[in-house]
Design a protein around this ligand. Structure first.
Ligand code: ADP
Ligand code: MG
Length: 248
C-alpha cells in the first residue's frame, strides 16, 4: 500500500447532544460524523443555533456527548476520568474564544507561556520565539493586555493557544469582537500557523469571509452536518448559506 491517509487530529462519531429533557429537549447535535484532518484549517459554519459551538465544545472535551464518541487523536474522550480529561485539554488542545481571556496582570510574554508554566513544562524557546514572530508581537512582549488593541490581544490569545504545540486548536468565533481589519490579521495568523507551522485549526464562524481562510468548510444545520466545501471563497460560502435559507 502506498496510500497515506491524512492523520486525524480530532473527530466525532455519531455525535448526539441533547440539552434538557421531555417536551423542552433540544437536540443540539443530531448524529454528526466528522473528522478534522491534522495539518488543516477547517471552518464550521451554520446559522445561529445550528450546533456549531456544541460540536466544538464536545470535540474539544469541554462538554460531553449524550451519545456517540469524540476523539483527540486516538484518545476517546468519554473513556477518560476527570483528571485525565483535564490533562488532555491542557496538553493536547488549544483554545481561542471570542473574548480574548488574557490574564490582565501578566505581560504578553507571560500570557503566551502560561499554559506551559501551568503544566510545569519548559517552554521550547525556539518555538515560542517563532510564534512571537508569526504573531508579530515582538515589540509588545512586556506590555500588559490593557495596553494592546483588541486585535493584538487576540493575536496573543492565538499564540497562547499554540504555545504547547497542541494536537489541535479550536477557535469559536475568534473574530467576533474585532473590526474587519484586525479580524483579517487574526485569520491570516491562523492560516499561517497551519500552513507554515504544520498546525491544526478548527474554527467556528458565521462569517463567510472568515470561513474563506479555511481549507475546508463544514456546514451545520439543525445539529446535522449538511454539506462541506473544499477551497472555499467568501462568495461561494455566502451562496451556499443563502441556498440553505431558501430551502428551510
Ligand atoms: N447549555 C445549554 N442548555 C440548553 N440549550 C442549549 C445549551 N447550549 C446550547 N443550547 C441550544 O442548543 C442549540 C445549539 O446551540 P449552539 O451549539 O450554541 O449553536 P451555535 O453555536 O451554532 O449558535 C441551540 O438551540 C441552543 O439554544
Ligand atoms: Mg456558537
Amino acid at each position: 500500500m502506498t496510500t497515506t491517509a491524512l492523520r486525524t487530529a480530532a473527530r466525532v462519531v455519531g455525535a448526539v447532544k441533547v440539552y434538557g429533557g421531555g417536551d423542552t429537549a433540544v437536540h443540539a447535535l443530531d448524529g454528526v460524523d466528522v473528522d478534522f484532518p491534522a495539518g488543516r484549517f477547517t471552518a464550521i459554519m451554520g446559522p445561529s443555533g445550528s450546533g456549531k459551538s456544541t460540536l466544538m465544545h464536545c470535540a474539544a472535551g469541554l462538554d460531553t456527548l449524550t451519545s456517540g464518541a469524540a476523539y483527540i487523536g486516538d484518545t476517546e474522550l468519554g473513556a477518560l476520568d476527570d483528571r485525565r480529561l483535564t490533562l488532555l485539554r491542557r496538553d493536547r488542545v488549544g483554545f481561542v474564544f471570542q473574548a480574548f481571556n488574557l490574564v490582565p496582570t501578566l505581560t504578553v510574554e507571560e500570557n503566551i507561556t502560561l499554559p506551559l508554566d501551568l503544566a510545569g513544562r519548559w517552554g521550547d524557546r525556539e518555538w515560542i520565539d517563532a510564534l512571537v514572530g508569526v504573531v508579530g508581537l515582538g515589540d509588545r512582549l512586556h506590555h500588559r493586555p490593557s495596553e494592546l488593541s483588541g486585535g493584538q490581544q487576540q493575536r496573543v490569545a492565538v499564540a497562547r493557544a499554540f504555545a504547547g504545540r497542541p494536537d489541535v486548536v479550536f477557535a469559536d468565533e475568534p473574530t467576533g469582537n474585532l473590526d474587519s481589519r484586525s479580524g483579517g490579521e487574526v485569520l491570516a495568523l491562523l492560516g499561517r500557523a497551519v500552513r507554515q507551522m504544520d498546525r491544526t485549526v478548527v474554527m467556528v464562524t458565521h462569517d463567510p469571509v472568515a470561513a474563506a481562510h479555511a481549507d475546508e468548510v463544514l456546514f451545520l444545520a439543525d445539529g446535522r452536518l449538511v454539506d462541506r466545501m473544499a477551497s472555499p471563497t467568501a462568495d461561494k460560502v455566502l451562496d451556499r448559506m443563502k441556498a440553505f435559507e431558501v430551502r428551510s
